[in-house]
Design a protein around this ligand. Structure first.
Ligand code: HEM
Length: 528
């Protein structure tokens, strides 16, 4: 590998040796001319025989892989997480329980959700905030957003949400008959979305820079300590730079002038040594405390108020290195909510449970098979030992030892028996009580869709509230069907009468719709 070099992300690069470097094929054979296809005479047909031309075109034809089905546009950066306040009493995960000052490499990718890979950075949209920690006990991913709640409570609704928000399949732009009808039709029929709607109509969804955003793990997870005791936890990223947004007018102009505004800002900050930092915080509470909330902590449309459960800072992430190979690192990184380590566990949040299936499934397609953990950006930086083998691009088959279990190799047989599970240091699922009747239904404890939406709205300053009303007017004025607009204003009446009135006035509703009954479940019984 004389003229290949391994970078921080583990990608191989062709590096120049000198001005007289000789071009080769991908097989390493020197090439005389790759600018003229072999022909039958100077004006004759191009010959299929030209293996140099065919190799060049063949490789070009395969340069693209499917973009992510959501969060297609993103920007990745390397960094380090430093533990500042260890919490061994809460978790046995070494990244959080070791001595103060322990450092763990990370890779973070920030993204928009709905736009395609080439869409502008300043769209009004949620921002993905995904962090992969290469811990010494395996990779742990917090696959979060810059907003602490989500649109839906159950993962089975995710394809519907995304179909409504993304380009319509017939015309490839995200509108129905006249304009924004699909998205607003969906959310106005899904009252569980109302808290998230308040957040996405706020300035949070037009951040000034990726460096000035908070991040949230959204779901309630579990921390489990060495004794096997568990507590609930929510993860928070607090930017040391503060939280800043642009205003809508600026966002529109920036999108037109520089659609790469956010990625350029991140790249330039890191390139100039101005490294952004975030504190990682945890909100920790036990099952008894969870019972006291009026909402369900398994419902991802709800926050745990920080006044009730303060955020406890455990460490700091510093992002300090740009990628060297965007495709190998940012494009091929695979975050997954099911990547957890011993000491951290899932809860029964039905959105989280569905995500745990979805990411691995989609990445197996996007990255061409089951071996994408062999790609350096996804590979753990600790030993990996298992009995998996083969498949597309397999680079790490078991060698010199058994490749199945149970086996009776080892000892004096002359063959290594291979790895064994370890009940002491291995991952064991928290023994959460189960036992229930199989049922396809939403829990009644998930039914209050308006209280937190109202709390968020009234927590905003006057000018922020005005921005939210303006955003709703802008968006709903793009909705062609009047019944959808009215349904949305009906929901707003449950959140804040003044807001509902401002929006109704802004979109020209002659009178407010009657306040609908508090819609606690998806609205499916509309008259034809
Ligand atoms: C991608 C966050 C809900 C399916 C992503 C990414 C983030 C994210 C940050 C981009 C990761 C990257 O940078 O590569 C969230 C959050 C959710 C949520 C915070 C709710 C709390 C869901 C649900 C599903 C889902 C409910 C499906 C049931 C996907 C898929 C991708 C993705 C398929 C593409 C992954 C890939 O191709 O690598 N999500 N998501 N997400 N999400 Fe989610």
């Amino acid at each position: 590998m004389s003229d290949f070099e391994l970078d921080k992300g583990g990608a191989n690069h062709q590096k120049p040796e000198g001005k007289d470097d000789v071009m080769t094929t991908a097989q390493g054979a020197p090439v005389a001319d790759d600018q003229n296809w072999l022909k039958g005479g100077p004006r004759g047909p191009s010959l299929l025989e030209d293996h140099i031309a065919r190799e060049k075109i063949f490789h070009f034809d395969h340069e693209r892989i499917p973009e992510r089905v959501v969060h297609a546009r993103g920007y990745g950066v390397h960094g380090t997480f430093e533990l500042t306040n260890p919490i061994p009493e809460l978790t046995c995960a070494s990244i959080l329980a070791s001595e103060k000052g322990k450092k763990t490499p990370v890779f973070a990718r920030f993204s928009t959700v709905a736009g395609s890979k080439g869409s502008p950075d300043l769209a009004r949209d949620v921002r993905g905030f995904a962090v992969k920690f290469y811990t010494d006990e395996g990779n742990w991913d917090i696959v979060g957003n810059n907003i602490p709640v989500f649109f839906i409570q159950d993962a089975i609704k995710f394809p519907d949400l995304i179909h409504a928000a993304k380009p319509a399949p017939d015309r490839d732009f995200p509108q129905a008959q006249t304009a924004h009808d699909n998205f607003w039709d969906f959310v106005s029929l899904s009252p569980e979305s109302m808290n998230m709607i308040m957040w996405i109509m706020s300035d949070r969804t037009i951040p000034r820079s990726l460096r000035f955003m908070e991040g949230f793990g959204v779901h309630t997870f579990r921390l489990v300590n060495e004794k096997g005791e568990a507590k609930f936890v929510k993860f928070h990223w607090k930017p040391k730079q503060g939280v800043q947004s642009v205003v809508w007018n600026e966002a529109l102009k920036i999108n037109g002038m520089d659609p790469d505004f956010h990625r350029r800002d991140m790249w330039a900050a890191i390139d100039s040594g101005d490294f952004p930092q975030w504190d990682l915080g945890v909100q920790v509470f036990d099952e008894d405390y969870a019972e006291k909330f009026e909402f369900d902590v398994l419902d991802a449309t709800k926050i745990i108020p920080e006044e009730d459960v303060p955020v406890q800072i455990v460490g700091t992430m510093t992002l300090d290195a740009n990628v060297e190979n965007f495709f190998a690192e940012t494009e091929q990184v695979a975050f997954c909510t099911q990547n957890i380590v011993r000491g951290i566990d899932f809860t029964e949040d039905p959105l989280l449970q569905g995500r745990n299936f979805s990411y691995l499934d989609t990445q197996t397609k996007r990255l061409g098979g089951p071996n994408f953990t062999h790609i350096p950006i996804n590979a753990p930086k600790c030993p990996v030992r298992h009995f998996q083998q083969d498949g597309h691009m397999a680079m790490q088959n078991p060698k010199g030892r058994a490749n199945y279990e149970p086996n009776s190799w080892g000892g004096d047989t002359g063959v290594e028996r291979g790895p064994r599970g370890c009940p002491v240091n291995g991952f064991t699922s928290y023994a959460a009580p189960m036992g229930a009747t199989k049922i396809r239904e939403r829990s009644e404890t998930f039914a209050d869709h308006y209280s937190q939406a109202r709390q968020f709205y009234i927590s905003q300053t006057d000018i922020e509230q005005t921005h939210m009303a303006d955003a709703l007017v802008f968006e709903l004025s793009k909705v062609g069907r009047n019944d959808i607009r009215q349904r949305m204003v009906g929901h707003l009446l449950h959140i804040d009468k003044g807001l509902a009135q401002d929006v109704a006035d802004g979109i020209g509703l002659k009178e407010l719709p009657a306040k609908p009954p508090a819609a606690r479940k998806p609205i499916t019984d509309l008259p034809e």
